[in-house]
Write a protein that binds this ligand. Structure first.
Ligand code: PGA
Length: 251
C-alpha cells in the first residue's frame, strides 16, 4: 500500500520571521496525526531552522537542490547530501524544471544528484515533466521517458525502491493551468509502467506525485486518480490554510 506524500516547495521565498509564522500556522491547521506523509522544502539557508522547529512534529523537511559530488571538497557554493542529512533533512528535490531550464541541469546530472542523495540516506524526489511546446508536438511521453532513462541507468534496483517521482508539466507550474486529472493520470500511469519494466513490485510501491498549480480546490480530484500518490505544491504551500487543505484532501 502506497502512503500519500504532500510536499511543499517554497522555492526562493520567505525570511526567518515569515517562516516561523508560516510553520506555526501550519501546525495549527494540520491534523495532529495526519494519515499521510508531509514535507516542506525551504530555501537552503533556513533548513536547519525549519528542521529544528519541525523535529517533534509530523512535518518532515527537504532541500530544493543538492550537489552531485559527495565531497567534502572544493565545490564552492555547493551543499552536499551529507550536510543536508546533518541538519535534519529527509528529502531533496532533484531535477525541478526550474533547475533544468534556468540552471541547465541535464537528466544525467539529475540522476547523479539522486544517487548522491541516496548514498547519504536522503529520499530524492525526482522531478520530470514536458514543456508546453513538447506537449503540443505530441512528445510528452517521450520526454518523460528520456528523463527517467538516465535515472534507471544511474541507480541500482535497491536505490530505485527508495525514490519518489514527481510529474510536473512545465506549462502547469505557477501558471494556474493545472493538468486535468485525465491528463495527469495518463502520464502517471505511463511512469508506473516504465518502472514496471524494471521491476513490477517496485512499480507498485513507487510514489508518483503530481505538481503544477495544485490548489485546495483541485487537489481531491487529482488525488483520486489511480496513479497519483500525492502532490508537489509550489505557490499554495506558502499559505498554511491552503496547504493544510491540500494535505487533508490527500488523507
Ligand atoms: P506551483 O509549483 O504549485 O506553484 O505550480 C509547483 C512546483 O514548481 O513544484
Amino acid at each position: 500500500m502506497r502512503s500519500f506524500l504532500v510536499a511543499g516547495n517554497w522555492k526562493m521565498h520567505g525570511d526567518s520571521a515569515g517562516i516561523k509564522q508560516l510553520l506555526s500556522e501550519l501546525l495549527k491547521a494540520l491534523p495532529a496525526e495526519p494519515g499521510i506523509d508531509i514535507a516542506v522544502f525551504p530555501p537552503a539557508v533556513y533548513l536547519a531552522q525549519v528542521a529544528a522547529e519541525m523535529a517533534a512534529t509530523p512535518v518532515a523537511v527537504g532541500a530544493q537542490n543538492v550537489c552531485a559530488q559527495a565531497g567534502p571538497g572544493a565545490y564552492t557554493g555547493e551543499i552536499s547530501a551529507a550536510m543536508l542529512t546533518d541538519v535534519g533533512c529527509q528529502y531533496v528535490l532533484v531535477g525541478h524544471s526550474e533547475r533544468r531550464s534556468l540552471y541547465g541541469e541535464s537528466s544525467q546530472l539529475v540522476a547523479e544528484k539522486a544517487k548522491a542523495a541516496l548514498t547519504a540516506g536522503l529520499i530524492p524526489v525526482v522531478c520530470v515533466g514536458e514543456s508546453e511546446a513538447q506537449r503540443d508536438e505530441g512528445q510528452t511521453l517521450e520526454v518523460i521517458s528520456s528523463q527517467l532513462v538516465a535515472v534507471f541507468a544511474a541507480l541500482t534496483a535497491a536505490e530505485l525502491k527508495k525514490i519518489v517521482v514527481a510529474y510536473e508539466p512545465v506549462w502547469a507550474i505557477g501558471t494556474g493551468k493545472t493538468a486535468s486529472p485525465e491528463q495527469a493520470q495518463e502520464v502517471h500511469g505511463f511512469i508506473r509502467a516504465l518502472f514496471a519494466k524494471q521491476d513490477e513490485a517496485l512499480a507498485n510501491e513507487l510514489r508518483i506525485l503530481y505538481g503544477g498549480s495544485v490548489k485546495a480546490n483541485n487537489a481531491a480530484t487529482l488525488f483520486a486518480q489511480a496513479d497519483i500518490d500525492g502532490g508537489l505544491v509550489g505557490g499554495a504551500s506558502l499559505d498554511a490554510q491552503e496547504f493544510s487543505a491540500i494535505c487533508r484532501a490527500a488523507e
